[in-house]
Design a protein around this ligand. Structure first.
Ligand SMILES: N[C@@H](CCC(=O)N[C@@H](CS)C(=O)NCC(=O)O)C(=O)O
Length: 208
């Protein structure tokens, strides 16, 4: 039976994107059910019965419902190991998970001032970054440059889902014309060309 992915109706959630990419990479059959976050449909009692967090993404696999994007991707990776979403080497895998957790728990000023509709609806903003967002941007670029200092195409050797998450965060800055080192721009661009990522980027979207 096809799995069901609950997604935001405008397809701008970076967390839904991460799960979409994992399902697509693994060529798993799945359907998408949209939830209109603009009207708070995620707080409807019916959705709360399905989604413990009342957020998207939530994945339904048979009678099992799971929220939190990184938990979903790890679940998929254990249930359907091929192709893997994380490096096989333990320390590289830990690094990929660290990056995922870091991107989800930090960089709030960037997320607020450079929201994902600026990427997926190609509507860059002209407001300069606040001092807090500039500091977050410096931290992000320093960390990403350090992680990619090996000169390879991916964060942790082989491609992993953390590359998608990092490219998304960098693109928040890049598409809005904020300063990002050229090596990171090239990295984000290459990651963005991945067919599974393009499958999300090119989705038909409702008007903003
Ligand atoms: N940590 C969660 C974050 C999920 C999240 O923040 N989803 C947003 C959309 S991007 C949402 O559902 N917002 C609605 C709300 O919180 O009311 C994950 O990784 O899945």
């Amino acid at each position: 039976m096809a799995m069901l992915l609950y997604a935001d109706s405008k397809f701008t959630s970076p967390y839904v994107m991460s799960v979409f990419v994992a399902l697509t990479e693994k060529k798993l059959p799945f359907k998408i059910q949209t939830v209109d976050l603009d009207i708070g449909a995620n707080n409807d009692p019916d959705y709360a019965l399905i989604s413990l967090t009342q957020r998207v993404p939530t994945l339904i696999d048979g009678n099992f419902a799971l929220s939190e994007s990184s938990a979903i991707v790890e679940y998929l990776d254990e249930a359907f190991p091929d192709p893997p979403m994380f490096p096989s080497d333990r320390q590289r895998r830990a690094r990929a998970r660290q990056v995922q957790a870091w991107l989800r728990s930090d960089f709030l000023p960037i997320r607020l001032e450079r929201p994902t509709p600026t990427i997926f609806y190609q509507r860059p903003v002209s407001t300069p970054l606040s001092a807090a967002a500039q500091a977050a941007s410096r931290k992000l670029c320093a960390g990403a440059s350090e992680l990619l200092g090996h000169g390879g195409d991916n964060l942790c050797g082989d491609w992993s889902i953390a590359d998608v998450d990092l490219a998304l965060m960098l693109n928040r800055l890049i598409v809005n014309g904020d300063q990002v080192p050229l090596a990171l721009v090239r990295y984000a661009k290459a990651q963005w060309e991945r067919p599974s990522v393009q499958g999300w980027v090119r989705r038909e979207r409702l008007p903003l």
